[in-house]
Write a protein that binds this ligand. Structure first.
Ligand SMILES: [Zn+2]
Ligand SMILES: [Zn+2]
Ligand SMILES: [Zn+2]
Length: 143
């Protein structure tokens, strides 16, 4: 598993390693607060500000994925695939599928060329309700 910690900078390595370790235990995207709470139980005492800062720097080097929710909150996840991908996120349970960008990849390239931009990156997340949540919604009594 050791090889799955990517591109760790020399600075603050201890915090970064601890944060990534904890993130691996989350199957879904987690908030900085969730990660902070898990750290208190499992690893070292790391301050909330440090957790925020560490997550931010890890996402800058693409060591973790950041998800910007419509609510304005940023959630984090350590993804299985190290190659470029997108996320399909269930808004009810938070279940996340890693998906290919498909036509988005070509579109991002061509649209930035059309406008004379040099493409540096793009972001596209898909939100929905997963199959099991749909089932639950249908069987749950209306209140
Ligand atoms: Zn991801
Ligand atoms: Zn769901
Ligand atoms: Zn993409």
């Amino acid at each position: 598993m050791q090889q799955k910690i990517p591109k760790l900078g020399a600075r603050n390595t201890r915090q970064r390693t601890a944060v990534i370790k904890v993130l691996r235990d989350f199957d879904n995207f987690a908030s900085a607060k969730d990660i902070y709470n898990a750290l208190q139980v499992k690893e070292a005492k790391v301050g909330l500000t440090t957790v925020y800062r560490t997550l931010q720097s890890l996402s800058e080097i693409d060591a973790v994925d950041a998800l910007h929710m419509p609510s304005g909150e940023t959630l984090y996840r350590h993804c299985d695939s190290l190659h470029h991908h997108h996320h399909l996120v269930c808004i009810r349970c938070g279940r996340t599928e890693e998906v290919d960008g498909g036509p988005i990849e070509e579109w991002a390239k061509s649209i930035s060329e059309q406008h004379g931009f040099e493409l540096t990156g793009h972001d596209a997340e898909i939100f929905g309700v997963c199959g099991s949540c749909q089932t639950k919604l249908k069987t749950a009594p209306k209140s």
